[in-house]
Design a protein around this ligand. Structure first.
Ligand SMILES: [Zn+2]
Length: 415
């Protein structure tokens, strides 16, 4: 031993050269640039021939790869447990095993290219411990913004696992919001309707009263937290939007009118299209037939709903719901979601934006993440193909950097 054993590095220095830059702002790639990273942050973007070579922690020749901001996945559950054998195994983990299981998911999420995630219901407060461990360099993982536990009514969506808190009545919802903020929540998640995974409900079941939604939203806003809602049917979404909701998850059954009202009020949609196209994933987890049928049966209406949102100009954001890294249909769940977003009518450069700059803005973190610009964290991914020409290029992600530290390098470019 010659000195103390360090934690994982959380900030690095480097100069990235020989790349095509997809910065998350400009819709087309830019050539002839180099990205200078100091202490984890993009210090400068310079003409390639002006790139410094001394005292910069190493020059990384990316071999002409496309470099873009790391993905921001706005709908993640590291402690996801769906009905069925796979989910039962997660639910049976004791708190120590659960924390380690979630740490493994965080590591794999980062390697899949998601350098920031928004957790929207996690079990037992383990997400707050995980976030602290990642920030301290004890375990690898993405930057985490979390809602803590989701708030549902008694017997409501997600009630059967520890990632929700059952509340009834306006006072209980206000208390629920405060309790998650006390635990460290960056945002609040409310379950306003049924969904796919609830045995005793339908997607169309409204679950919160107007008073309950109003109390949750106004309390969260008073404390400076945004609110997102798990939501299926149009009527209750319309009501929540009117009450000041900031984001809709899934939005299985939007109508053109409700989509317009979301666009007018600046309410985002995280469509999670993959959850109604996830047969292979459900097979992996052994989910029961009723849930498979409900999920896949909702697919066409879900896609129609997404198209209404696009037509109305709603800001749509990447969210996989499935573990982002899950090996799914020849790629990862997060890339498959991006492909569905493009297939549903969003042009590739706009899908890139929906996976980077737009989520960063929702999180009020666009001064730190979501674009390749001076002053942002050096959270970057690289791939041979051009993602602005087609997001299937993301199937080729072979390099991931977080805070200037190379965490994945399949081609050995940083060696
Ligand atoms: Zn979810």
């Amino acid at each position: 031993m010659t000195g103390p054993i360090p934690v994982l590095p959380t900030r690095g220095d480097a100069v990235l050269t020989n790349l095509r830059l997809v910065d998350g702002v400009d819709p087309t790639p830019q050539d002839g640039l180099a990205v200078v990273v100091r202490d984890g942050v993009i210090a400068d973007i310079v003409a390639a021939h002006d790139a410094p070579t001394d005292g910069v922690g190493g020059v990384i020749d990316l071999g002409g790869a496309h470099v873009m901001p790391g993905l921001i996945n706005m709908h993640t559950h590291f402690s996801l447990s769906l009905p069925g054998a796979g989910g039962d195994a997660v639910s049976a983990l004791d708190p120590h095993e659960l924390a380690l299981y979630m740490a493994d998911g965080a590591r794999r999420t980062l390697l899949s290219g998601a350098t920031t995630v928004r957790c929207v219901a996690e079990k037992g407060g383990a997400d707050f411990a995980l976030r602290r461990a990642i920030e301290a360099g004890r375990v690898p993982g993405p930057r985490i913004f979390t809602a803590g536990r989701g708030l549902c009514c008694t017997g409501g969506h997600g009630h059967d696992t520890d990632d929700t808190l059952e509340c009834d009545g306006a006072d209980a919802f206000a208390r629920g919001v405060r309790s998650q903020i006390r635990a460290g929540a960056d945002l609040i998640k409310i379950m306003i309707s049924g969904g796919i995974a609830g045995e005793h409900e339908q997607i169309t079941t409204p679950q919160l009263t107007r008073d309950e939604m109003a109390a949750a939203i106004s309390t969260a806003h008073s404390w400076g937290r945004k609110v997102t809602a798990h939501a299926g049917p149009a009527a209750i979404i319309a009501e929540a939007v009117e009450l000041g909701l900031d984001c809709v998850e899934h939005g299985y059954e939007l109508t053109p009118d409700v989509a317009r009202s979301m666009a007018e009020r600046g309410v985002s949609l995280v469509p999670t299209l993959v959850v109604t196209r996830a047969g292979a994933f459900f097979d992996d987890l052994g989910v029961p037939a009723w849930m498979q049928e409900r999920s896949l049966g909702a697919g066409p209406r879900h896609m129609e709903s997404y198209r209404y949102a696009l037509e109305a100009g709603v800001d749509v954001l990447l969210g996989s719901d499935m573990p982002p890294f899950w090996d799914f249909e020849g790629t990862s769940a997060v890339v498959r979601e991006l492909e569905h977003m493009q297939a549903g009518g969003l042009a590739a450069p706009d899908v890139v934006r929906a996976a980077t700059a737009a989520p960063a803005r929702w999180l009020d973190a666009d001064d730190r993440v979501g674009t390749v610009q001076t002053g942002r964290f050096a959270d970057l991914i690289a791939m041979p193909g051009d993602p602005t020409a087609g997001v299937d290029a993301l199937r080729g992600i072979d390099f991931v950097m977080k805070g200037g530290v190379v965490v994945r390098d399949d081609e050995g470019r940083a060696r």
